[in-house]
Structures are given as structure tokens and as C-alpha cells.
Write a new protein. Structure first.
Length: 160
């Protein structure tokens, strides 16, 4: 007697788990790279452009963007609460109430950043803020705590 079984249309064998079919998320693990290059080929890392290398942003850049968001009115002042130390938060709250970097037209952006290292674990940073044709100034001090996190300890803005 011959037994004939009908096909159920399965695309995967039974011993493998089903794959995810959600297009919003990655489908699986990234493709594997060989541990040794093939004979006669050069490694790809030698040809990698410096622009493609992704590094961690500097604390000066992060804090300049955060302070600009607060002082321009984009973010509330309590957004900086855990990133400030000492009386800097109170001074920042007074500054943010006036919104000294708020503009009516163009959104302000950090144009240029410079810094000075007065001592180990401290940075004094200045930033030029541009909004259209206007150019404003902002200065702040960062200090590294015992937990190795940077915190803002002073903030100043240029007069209009």
C-alpha cells in the first residue's frame, strides 16, 4: 500500500524555529566576516575611510547641544538636572526663564566650540551659537566627578 501525504506548504523544516517576518526590525544576525582574509586579497580595514569611523562624541559637544536646547526653550530646564552640579542648576534655571538664545525664525545651532583645560578633570568651554545671521556666545564649565561623569558647574551667555 502506498501512502501519499499532501504538502502543507511549509517553507522551513520542523526542527528550526520560525523566522521573524516583521519588516520594522532587523531580520537576524549580521553577516559573518571571515577570520582570515583569502589568499591574495588585502583586508578591508586598510581601505576604510576616516569619515566612516564612528567615535564617541566629546563631552564639550554633548553639553553644548544640551545647554542650547534648554536655553533656547526647546527642552525644559529639569532635563539638565542630573547633568549639573552645585549652584549651576539654579543659575541655569534663572537663565532659562529668560530664554536668552531663543529666536523667532531660524533655529539656533552650535556654530563652533573651543575649550581650555585649566586643571586635570576640568574644562572651560565656549561655544558660538548661530541663528541665521545672528551670532551669540555661550560659555560653561565642566568638571569630572569621582564617578568619572562630566557635570556642568557654571553657565554664562553673552549679552544681546
Amino acid at each position: 500500500m502506498n501512502k501519499v501525504m499532501s504538502s502543507t506548504g511549509r517553507t522551513r523544516p520542523r526542527h528550526r524555529p520560525p523566522t521573524r517576518r516583521d519588516s520594522r526590525r532587523p531580520g537576524g544576525a549580521p553577516p559573518r566576516t571571515p577570520s582570515r582574509p583569502a589568499a591574495g586579497t588585502r583586508p578591508e580595514s586598510a581601505r576604510t575611510a576616516p569619515a566612516t569611523a564612528v567615535g564617541r562624541p566629546r563631552p564639550t559637544d554633548l553639553f553644548a547641544d544640551r545647554l542650547l536646547a534648554v536655553l533656547s526653550g526647546e527642552r525644559p530646564v529639569h532635563w539638565m538636572l542630573r547633568h549639573t552640579a552645585g549652584p549651576a542648576y539654579d543659575h541655569l534655571a534663572r537663565l532659562a526663564a529668560r530664554s536668552p538664545l531663543r529666536t523667532l525664525g531660524t533655529r539656533p545651532v552650535v556654530h563652533d566650540i573651543g575649550y581650555y583645560v585649566p586643571s586635570e578633570g576640568a574644562l572651560e568651554v565656549f561655544a558660538r551659537i548661530s541663528a541665521g545671521a545672528e551670532l551669540r556666545a555661550m560659555a560653561f564649565r565642566l568638571e569630572r566627578g569621582k564617578d568619572l561623569r562630566w557635570r556642568c558647574t557654571a553657565v554664562e551667555t553673552g549679552a544681546r
